[in-house]
Design a protein. Structure first.
Length: 114
């Protein structure tokens, strides 16, 4: 898919998202490359800037693009996160600890404020 099909049952933002995935997969956009702006994508594919923004935002959420304020969006290398990595991030490095263990270290084991 290299163009947006207006009569397709797929939403236009989804079609653009797949086009951008293809550009990354084919190597046309490499990690560190600046992607075209929302306005440029809109003009290139005949869609609104907000449609382009929705596609970009979803790819940012998936970890394929990195936003930099005032500069634009950059391709990122694929990230492979495991459940352990996510729990380590969530508990701030306390993977394997009970979630309330940081409270005990702060208040102490016999603190009456609990």
């Amino acid at each position: 898919m290299s163009s947006i099909v207006r009569k397709s049952p797929l939403p236009r933002y989804y079609q653009l998202k797949e086009i951008m995935r293809e550009k990354i997969g084919s190597g046309e956009w490499k990690p560190g490359d600046l992607i075209p702006s929302e306005r440029e994508l809109g003009e290139q594919y005949g869609i609104s800037r907000m449609t382009a923004r929705q596609a970009i935002t979803e790819l940012v959420n998936e970890g394929l693009f990195l936003p930099r304020t005032g500069q634009g969006y950059f391709c990122q290398p694929p990230q492979n996160y495991s459940a352990v990595d996510q729990s380590d991030w969530f508990y701030g490095g306390y993977a394997g600890a009970r979630p309330a263990s940081w409270l005990q270290s702060y208040f102490g084991p016999d603190d009456s404020r609990r």
